[in-house]
Design a protein around this ligand. Structure first.
Ligand SMILES: Nc1ncnc2c1ncn2[C@@H]1O[C@H](COP(=O)(O)OP(=O)(O)OP(=O)(O)O)[C@@H](O)[C@H]1O
Ligand SMILES: [Mg+2]
Length: 283
């Protein structure tokens, strides 16, 4: 499969501090895949997102040059706007990402200055709001929406410009469990419909489930890279680097120790409940 993102030898530190935030990082992301980037607070996840869209730039070391390639295009000053068209980001705090006075205006924002006719723009905005289930709120003020509704509008704003990649930087961390689930299900749906590549950034291991691949970040390095089930084979390491194991995983572990036949795959609450129902709790 095509690599839509390729990062090689990326080292980064902020100009005003001494510590290395990213340490010779290399990884790639397959087109149309869902990758979770997970790490504890301060491990460098948002820094990676900012570097990917060129909001930050790393210094070039002549001996060990780095590169970031998006959709086959090297990220540099010449390509930065073309690359930004390919990537949409949803941030953690929905209140910090609104620019329009109505939902409709807000979703249209990314389409302005693109030379699109008003009719086409309205059609794109409508389509995007329909996709996220927010069409009836088109004339509402963004400030009056709930957290989950705000994130849906932010996602619509991204869909309207039809990017290839969507990055969710802790986009569900301020939502309650139901709100989280519903946004992640929405992402799953639009990923299929729009052939999107999804990168979800989180420090919550409960959220890795829907992804194809998980990259675990610690001290600016990728310490694990595997599918969502396989990373739980490294539970000790995950805990050591400050990631809390999901409640379902911990309960499954306790039940196994008591002799219940619970499989290794029951690493989330949902999967555990399914197994408990199917196994009739045979000892
Ligand atoms: N503008 C900045 N100047 C200096 N240091 C910064 C700046 N932004 C972030 N850092 C530092 O870089 C490190 C990585 O920050 P980053 O925001 O990438 O972490 P993160 O993994 O996204 O964390 P969180 O889970 O809390 O969002 C942290 O130690 C942070 O203090
Ligand atoms: Mg962050």
């Amino acid at each position: 499969m095509n690599k839509i993102i390729e990062i090689k030898n990326l080292t980064f530190k902020y100009p005003n501090t001494e510590s290395l935030i990213l340490d010779n990082l290399s990884f790639s992301v397959k087109e149309n895949s869902w990758t979770t980037l997970i790490g504890h607070n301060g491990s460098g996840k948002s820094t990676i997102a900012r570097l990917l869209i060129g909001l930050l730039a790393a210094e070039m070391d002549k001996k060990d040059p780095y590169f970031i390639k998006i959709d086959g295009m090297e990220l540099n000053e010449k390509n930065i706007w073309k690359i930004r068209d390919k990537i949409g980001i949803v941030f953690q705090n929905p209140d910090n990402q609104f620019v329009g006075s109505t939902v409709e205006d807000d979703v249209a924002f990314g389409l302005e200055n693109k030379g699109i006719s008003r009719g086409k723009m309205l059609a794109l905005v409508n389509e995007a709001l329909n996709q996220v289930g927010m069409a009836e709120f088109n004339e509402s003020e963004p400030a009056q929406l709930s957290g989950g509704q705000k994130q849906r509008v932010a996602i619509a704003g991204i869909l309207a410009v039809k990017p290839k990649i969507i990055i969710l930087d802790e986009a569900t961390s301020m939502l309650d469990p139901e709100g989280k689930k519903s946004i992640l299900n929405l992402i799953k749906k639009i990923k299929q419909q729009y052939n999107l590549t999804v990168i979800s950034i989180t420090h919550d291991l409960e959220e890795v489930e829907k992804s194809d691949e998980v990259l675990v970040l610690d001290s600016g390095k990728i310490v694990l890279q595997d599918n969502p089930d396989a990373i739980f084979n490294h539970a000790e390491l995950l805990q050591k680097i400050g990631l809390g194991l999901p409640f379902g995983y911990q309960l499954a572990d306790k039940l196994r120790k008591k002799g219940f036949l619970i499989s290794k795959n029951a690493n989330t609450q949902e999967k555990l409940v399914k197994e408990i129902c199917q196994l009739n709790l045979k000892k």
